[in-house]
Design a protein around this ligand. Sequence first.
Ligand code: VG1
Ligand code: CO
Length: 538
Amino acid sequence: MNTSPFKGQKLGTSGLRKKVTEFQQPHYLENFTQSIFNSLDKFQGKTLVIGGDGRYYNKTAIQTILKIAAANGFGRALVGQNGLLSTPAASAVIRKHKAFGGIILSASHNPGGPDGDFGIKYNISNGGPAPEKVTDAIYEHSQKITEYHRTDAPDIDLSQLGKTQVGEMTVEIIDPVADYAELMEQLFDFEKIKALFQSGFTMRFDAMHAITGPYAKVILEDKLAAPAGSVMNGVPLEDFGGGHPDPNLTYASDLVDAMSDMNAPKFGAASDGDGDRNMILGQRFFVTPSDSLAILAANAHLVPGYKGGLAGIARSMPTSAAADRVAEALGINCFETPTGWKFFGNLLDADKVTLCGEESFGTGSNHVREKDGLWAVLFWLNILAVRQESVAKIVAEHWAKYGRNFYSRHDYEGVDAQQAQALMEKLSNKFSQLKGQIFGADIVDYCDDFSYTDPIDKSISKNQGLRIGFDDDSRIVFRLSGTGTEGATLRVYFELFEADVAKQNIDAQIVLADLINLAEELAEIKKYTGREKPSVIT
Ligand code: VG1
Ligand code: CO
């Protein structure tokens, strides 16, 4: 068998993400795939789900992975037609077909194409991202791998539905949308949403030329009777049309423009490269992901799949505490986890939580074990169909009742990795002297590097972000991204709570200005990043 020296990579929040050109090196993908299988046990004869977000190299990688899976003894592979499966759909397929696990090819919101990014991620039998125990094992194996096993078989036709063979393994090409659409129909009131569209309600969904196009067309336009053209940029392209498939105010500017018009549709939404993120917009109105989670929780009783109540809510640490306030009102627990969906898995499996969310445009529930972009859109549509109010009104009423958690995230993308590391170290050293200090009118309540003990398996995850909190519940969080492929990305998160309705309708950047200035004072962001301002403000 072929072998090659392979420098394994410690896996970030979402598997291995690298430039396409790195994945194209001889034996690179093979060694990594074999390292995944080496870290797994007892999968002989079992089912593996494979699919990706359609980016450049997706199909090539699938052909290789199939041959390695066959040689390693998997009995069956379920592959999305044309190699497509959104991340949440892959999770749904793993669960429905009781697969051993799945391999998802995606670099999520990172740009694609021959010069873009590629990624590979392993999901376990619950449909969720491999926990750290597994990703650490994959890393260990990638460090010592000396050979991989590959069946010598011809490439298969990924476009034909039905069964075929790769060596001893049966491959089934499946409709990538069907299982997922069926699950959505079980959770949401499709009749009511359809009636909403038939009454003249308008929306725009921006698939950003990524994976959700086919899903959105079938579900929104075919099943729910949204007017033709409601889905924009709906054809998946290998390079996402040259765009950056990240649904935020900067990169989803087509949609933001469409929603800013006086005649804008009533509802706008976008998803990312692999379909697990969502951005929610009303007419000339942006809903922060943190608020979206809280609003879904507060209105869950209006949605068939959740009308029995929520077991609990979980949010990542940098996500605002808006959801905590809803949990408190509902008398349920709210868990605070590190960044990354894998930390929700145990809580969901143990029925401790029903809804989960991250400030990075991620929302989801116990229906799968990934965040789910279209699911969030359908959840909003279901609420809008029942309440018959505008997005802006629903949000304003929410703030009036629970208070508003002003929130913003500033990203400094692609900065020098060593400088970013130095910034974090210096800040961390300063932290020991900050507690009790007064800045403006506020006293530092706590400052630490977030550490998390999983309530179920008691595993500990350290160094999950530097945070400084004040006595008025405002806070700043500093983290380095674990998903970038160029240099480092510094993320700075700001939050401030305002109960007074009269002070809630102000621009967040203005309200947060003191905290933003303080972040600069404490961390010397301009000096270390060499940037005058963030690359993305959310
Ligand atoms: C980012 C987000 C995080 C999310 C992760 C994967 O990670 O901040 O909340 O879970 O991306 O999302 P980081 O380490 O870059 O901050 V996805 O849609 O890329 O799988
Ligand atoms: Co994603």
